[in-house]
Design a protein around this ligand. Structure first.
Ligand code: URA
Length: 250
């Protein structure tokens, strides 16, 4: 890869919010020849663990198919050891709206599709019922749904920061390839991954934020809404979703 191409690629990743990149030793050797142009200085970690290649993409021609290919039979982080299926994402590749959850649960891990368990049924109802009540003719299949991490964390624990960072590059590429009109971040993990914000969802929800120029609405994760004592949160989540649907489809 020429220094100019490398710089373009590094700028693309920087713009996506990817701060750390790992590369294999063989690649380090291959790219240590003197270059005529100054390079952006990526932050390479001293001991990558585990090593992850810079995915070979031409940023402007990235597609979901290419991203899926780059994920391959991923073993870049410890989550691969317990997974049955990688849960890449599902829905319309040209969707105007993308929902981002945290990571697959047991049902998603078994089937390979996001939000197919109880939380998923609630999400489907929320999307389709709210849209129908608001006179917006969309179904779940018209949006795109994916997660921050693509493999199920053991016991459904919250993904660790390094797992989010490693897998986050693929989420960012998915979002950049789809380039939706808005993103709905479901819960704290999605809002941390996209916005780098650590405040609780209750503080952040209801207002538009931005990821790479794309409006982001943070709202409660459907699993949280399934808990019986969260009536107020349910009402707020419906309000958030209405706002999102009107912004995207009006
Ligand atoms: N919870 C998530 O965050 N994602 C899924 O796909 C299912 C449950």
């Amino acid at each position: 890869m020429s220094p100019v191409e490398l710089r373009r690629r590094l700028e693309f990743y920087r713009d996506l919010g990817i701060k750390t990149m790992y590369r294999r030793e063989a690649q380090v050797e291959a790219t240590t020849q003197p270059s005529p142009e100054p390079l952006l200085e990526p932050q390479f970690e001293p001991e990558p663990q585990p090593a992850m290649e810079l995915p070979g993409l031409a940023p402007e021609s990235d597609t979901l198919f290419k991203i899926l290919e780059d994920i391959g039979d991923c073993k870049r982080c410890r989550l691969h050891t317990g997974r049955n299926k990688i849960v890449f994402g599902a829905g319309d590749e040209h969707a105007k709206l993308v929902f981002v959850g945290e990571g697959p649960g047991a049902d998603e891990d078994a089937q390979g599709f996001p939000f197919v368990g109880r939380a998923g049924q609630l999400l489907t109802q929320m999307i389709e019922n709210t849209a129908s009540k608001e006179g917006i003719p969309i179904l779940r299949k018209d949006v795109y749904i994916c997660n921050v991490v693509k493999c199920r964390p053991p016991e459904n624990r919250t993904p660790e920061p390094d797992e989010m960072e490693i897998c986050g590059q693929f989420l960012f590429r998915q979002l950049s390839a789809i380039r939706p009109k808005a993103i709905c971040a479901l819960g704290g993990t999605a809002s941390r991954a996209l916005l780098g914000r650590t405040e609780g969802v209750t503080r952040m929800r209801g207002n538009w934020q931005k990821w790479n120029g794309i409006p982001v609405m943070v709202t409660y994760h459907p699993s949280y809404l399934l808990r019986p004592y969260n009536q107020n949160a349910k009402r707020e989540a419906w309000e958030d979703l209405k706002k999102v649907l009107h912004m995207v489809y009006d």
